[in-house]
Write a protein that binds this ligand. Structure first.
Ligand SMILES: NC(=O)c1ccc[n+]([C@@H]2O[C@H](COP(=O)([O-])OP(=O)(O)OC[C@H]3O[C@@H](n4cnc5c(N)ncnc54)[C@H](OP(=O)(O)O)[C@@H]3O)[C@@H](O)[C@H]2O)c1
Length: 214
């Protein structure tokens, strides 16, 4: 049982916090305003707590970054470099631009030669980033039940041991896993979010997940 710091008060933070609690872990959830998490905390049980981003990151053995892509660097700065050093950081974020999608296609503020996770890994070289959970809607992140069997979570990162830890989480959460290699693979994984969202924006279908057939 690990103590997991979930940085994020949004839907992904809620679903993953509840998922780690359901699977037996301890969760400390962070926000700039922890008071906004009081409603969640009241129902989350004895293994849950809340705090600022800095307090949560300091306590977590494993860190989950679940904040707006544009705010990712700010939140990691608030969390504090010392609290990230040496820790596995699951990066769920997508670099979505605030402008509306064009015919269902989101815009990113990154390029195909430089992903958000590469930027974060460069800025915090001692943190062990692993991209995961970025290519599916939050309602399917934990124990997805789909007619085609377990969907595939695409992961990447430079630290092999960190990816082993994240593999363990994903296996417990009911995922097939495809490891696409080093941090540069985030250039391909992050845009899967654009693809995943198109049926939602065009047809209001949000209940799908991606699967790699082998
Ligand atoms: N929603 C999904 O289904 C889904 C699926 C896959 C991946 N993702 C990715 O997961 C991440 C989280 O998504 P979400 O929908 O849960 O929530 P979100 O609305 O994208 O992010 C909410 C979090 O971002 C923080 N934040 C926003 N602006 C900030 C700022 N200026 N400075 C500091 N922190 C700021 C908020 O902090 P406070 O708590 O302090 O307000 C909050 O914790 C995003 O990067 C998203 O692209 C989302």
């Amino acid at each position: 049982m690990a103590k997991v710091a979930i940085l994020g008060s949004g839907a992904v933070g809620t679903v993953l916090s509840d998922g780690f609690l359901k699977h037996g872990d301890h969760v400390v959830r962070g926000s700039r305003e922890p008071a906004k998490l009081a409603g969640w905390l009241a129902k989350a049980g004895p293994r849950a707590s809340t705090g600022t981003f800095a307090e949560a990151a300091a306590q977590g053995e494993l860190v989950v970054l679940a904040v707006k892509g544009e705010a990712a660097e700010t939140v990691l700065a608030l969390a504090g470099e010392a609290s990230l050093a040496g820790k596995v950081v699951i990066d769920t974020t997508n670099p979505i631009e605030p402008s509306p999608p064009e015919r269902g296609v989101l815009r990113f503020f990154t390029t195909l030669d430089d992903s958000l996770m590469e930027r974060l890994q460069r800025r915090y070289p001692s943190a062990r980033f692993v991209k995961a959970f970025s290519c599916v809607g939050n309602s399917l992140m934990v124990d997805p039940q789909l007619p085609g069997g377990p969907p595939t979570m695409f992961i990447c990162g430079d630290d092999a041991a960190a990816k082993q830890v994240v593999r363990g989480v994903l296996e417990r959460f009911g995922w097939d896993i495809e490891d696409l290699g080093g941090v540069q693979a985030a250039r391909a994984i992050e845009p899967l979010c654009i693809l995943w969202c198109i049926p939602g924006f065009l047809h209001n279908r949000w209940g799908h997940a991606l699967k790699l057939l082998r």
